[in-house]
Design a protein around this ligand. Sequence first.
Ligand SMILES: [Zn+2]
Length: 356
Amino acid sequence: MHAPKPSNFEIGGETIAPGTEADIGLPITTMATGYSSQLAVRVLHGAKPGPTVFVSGAIHGDEIMGTAIIQRIANQLSAEELSGTLMLVPVANIFGFLSHTRYLPDRRDLNRSFPGNASGSLAGQVANVFFSEVVSRASLGIDIHTAAVHRYNLPQIRIAAGNKKLVELAMAFGAPVIIESPLRDGSLRALAAKEGVEMLLMETGEALRFDRFSIETGVAGVSRVLAHLGMIEADDGLAEVGVPARSNKTQWVRSPRGGVTHRMRKSGDAVKKGDLLAAVAGLFGEEPLEILSPTDGIIIGHATLPVVHQGDALFHIAHVDHPERVGARIESLADAIYTSEPEGFAETLLDEDEVL
Ligand SMILES: [Zn+2]
């Protein structure tokens, strides 16, 4: 018996034959320069049939970790060996990406602009093209975000609460922590859920930065999900990373005063209620206030900038079972990555003024 032969994949007026890949520029709108702008999508249309999946980055234009993760995924996979179709969108918010900002030039947040509209605002037009040409054709999407500027997030997967299929896929991804939470109106995930597209949201690292822990966790996670779906042949590697911790309750710890912080703990650390997280003092170090953990848990995000106003969020803590076990596992995952040989090539070191 022969497996059914996949048909051609049509996108943006182009036809992609099974077992081949193509880079497509989907027209979005006309810019202030009078020239048109395009959304870049690489399509790997597998030689064998299977699900259609998309991976996207930089919906918030400064959250560029997904761009690095997608580059590595694109490098590793070939359409000839793929079952199903993979759509890679390294930068969804092309306008914010250009200006290194979260938003679009019309000051809107792309992730609050779905479903969008072809004759709507700039954000609405991007949302419309991205959703109608990419998201709605897939059965699963993996959307990659980072913390805001001057903040860092532990690699984590966020999913809609109460969806067994998503829990299974998030487990397959194997990031250290899975957070289940309700969806936000106007977000890509909320609309995707309505349209029957399953979505995993990865949060990892810091805006405008790359880091190895984030990138390698992301690349391995996306590959494991594709293997779990039968799209690629790969060992799921879950034995090495262990079972992710799950949480449906997180809380923020804010600065009790303005000033300069001295941080003792970071993302990935297990904490107990009453543990010292940081101290914040005035400009001369006077009147320091200790910031204690309000709960047992695992730190899933922290501020990297020591200059704070009263009320600024300094730590994000997830309630998990056995935080110390989770913390030890995260430490060994990070150690394994940082002690391994980096991929890529060595370069001669340039002086700062040559670079600038
Ligand atoms: Zn984001």
